[in-house]
Design a protein around this ligand. Structure first.
Ligand SMILES: NC(=O)c1ccc[n+]([C@@H]2O[C@H](COP(=O)([O-])OP(=O)(O)OC[C@H]3O[C@@H](n4cnc5c(N)ncnc54)[C@H](O)[C@@H]3O)[C@@H](O)[C@H]2O)c1
Length: 427
């Protein structure tokens, strides 16, 4: 078995390294020459992924992993092709298929009889059969007969890839039974996790989207509980953990917003699929609105204490949408910067993963923790590990009156002696 992985990003490179670690030869394909050169020299260009550096180095040294920009040749030489390139979408879920379509055209050029093609890139329901199969069949090979075609949702997260690859069952659904069987056999050979088949590629696509929508709705209800707790002076964390002692209750934690390429975006795929099927997904749409409204809610907490924010110096902690990951796509920070800007505040941003220039590109002034100007309020957006050990005395000396903890990193008690008003999301 020779495997071709197309898209050597945060997800694709760990997948390629995982397959090679099972002793199979893997060719990684990417359009970025720097990525290809780096992988070929045994160096992972993806940082903050525990275990990846060693796995890439080891696989390249053993001759099991190589990379190329020549995807057609790589596909020709392989009998399993895994596609894990991005599907670009705007914040309202309008899909730009150009990358996945062009990759699929290239795969069709090199596709061999008997090969297995797997889409791991998240697709709307029906995307594999109705959009990808016709492009692949331009090869004059018939899907499900001459080659096998499967959708297998990638349900991992960057930063915990190898942990999740081991623990989370892998779902496989093909365009027909023969395809599903080939998919099952492939994943059983390359993963340690359980591999579970579902009845069709549509069921596999829906599995991913149902999971994302469920999560978004669950976070939205936690955010509503948090608003209620803020209004009443209750502690939402205390109440949610007490509620979750009931085995029927699985409430997630509230927060200042949902960002990244997945959670705030994929619900729109299903909302659109459902609308096409005559189903109005009212709850999913409302959840998107609630979660997208959290940055404004957090800025409102500051406003409640300080009054007008015009001319106030506000420090935003974290530009990334998730702790310890350098990614800003739909990050709540961007929305917060805009809300603060609209209210006339002077916005300073600190993020240990971004350079001053990178931060300035988002329209805020960069603030190193050591060279902060006088600051009226702090809004913590990202739970980067260093924020857990902040010097509250230093913040007070900088003039901070209120600290909004968007990720509930601290407790009210920790601020008791600080002279700073503490507001968590629901605490
Ligand atoms: N990031 C996550 O946590 C996550 C979680 C679950 C699923 N996913 C899925 O994985 C997909 C990829 O995510 P990622 O985080 O790895 O993205 P990424 O941006 O880190 O990497 C994508 C890679 O694809 C390459 N690429 C782009 N166009 C290409 C082309 N035409 N041919 C070959 N390579 C090309 C890019 O150069 C880049 O190296 C997402 O769209 C999503 O469907 C991601």
């Amino acid at each position: 078995m020779k495997i071709c992985v197309i898209g050597l990003g945060k997800i694709g490179l760990p997948l390629a390294a995982q397959y090679a670690s099972k002793g199979f030869p893997v060719i990684g394909c990417d359009i970025n020459q720097e990525v290809v050169d780096s992988v070929n020299s045994g160096i992972s260009h993806v940082t903050e992924e525990p275990g990846l550096d060693e796995k890439v180095k080891d696989a390249v040294k053993k001759g099991l992993l190589s990379a190329t920009t020549d995807t057609v040749s790589a596909v020709k030489e392989s009998n399993v092709i895994v596609i894990i390139v991005p599907l670009v979408v705007d914040p309202k879920g309008n899909i730009d298929y150009s990358i996945v379509d062009s990759v699929t055209k290239v795969v069709a050029e090199g596709l061999q009889k008997g090969s297995l093609v797997v889409y791991e890139t998240t697709l709307p329901v029906g995307g594999t059969r109705n959009r990808m199969a016709p492009i692949l069949e331009k090869s004059n090979l018939k899907s499900g007969e001459d080659f096998y075609l499967v959708f297998s949702p990638e349900r991992v997260s960057s930063g915990v890839m190898f942990e999740y690859l081991e623990d989370i069952p892998k779902i496989v659904g093909g365009v027909n039974e023969k395809s599903t069987k080939q998919g099952l056999e492939f994943y059983e050979r390359v993963l340690d996790s359980k591999v579970v088949s579902v009845s069709s590629s549509e069921a596999a696509e829906s599995t991913k989207l149902f999971g994302m929508v469920y999560r978004d709705i669950n976070i939205a209800v936690a955010n509503e509980f948090a608003k209620f707790c803020n209004a009443k002076g209750f502690d939402v964390n205390e109440i949610i953990s007490a509620s979750n002692t009931n085995p029927h209750s699985h409430i997630l934690l509230p927060g200042i917003g949902v960002g990244g390429h997945c959670a705030p975006v994929y619900p729109y795929f299903l909302i659109k699929n459902a609308a096409d099927a005559g189903v109005d997904m009212v709850l999913s749409k409302a959840s998107r609105e609630i979660n997208d409204g959290m940055p404004d809610f957090a800025v409102g907490l500051v406003e409640k204490e300080l009054g007008s924010l015009k001319g106030r110096n506000i420090l935003v902690l974290g530009l990334a949408y998730r702790g310890n990951v350098k990614e800003t796509f739909l990050s709540p920070s961007l929305s917060i910067i805009k809300h603060l800007d609209d209210r006339g505040a002077n916005v300073y941003v600190h993020d240990p993963l971004f350079s001053d220039d990178e931060i300035r590109r988002f329209g805020a002034e960069s603030a190193g923790m050591g060279n902060l100007p006088s600051i009226d309020a702090v809004i913590l957006v990202t739970n980067h590990k260093e924020y857990g050990s902040m010097d509250l005395k230093e913040l007070r000396e900088k003039g901070v009156q209120i600290f909004v903890d968007g990720r509930n990193v601290f407790s009210k008690n920790e601020f008791k002696e600080s002279g700073i008003i503490y507001r968590g999301i629901g605490t």
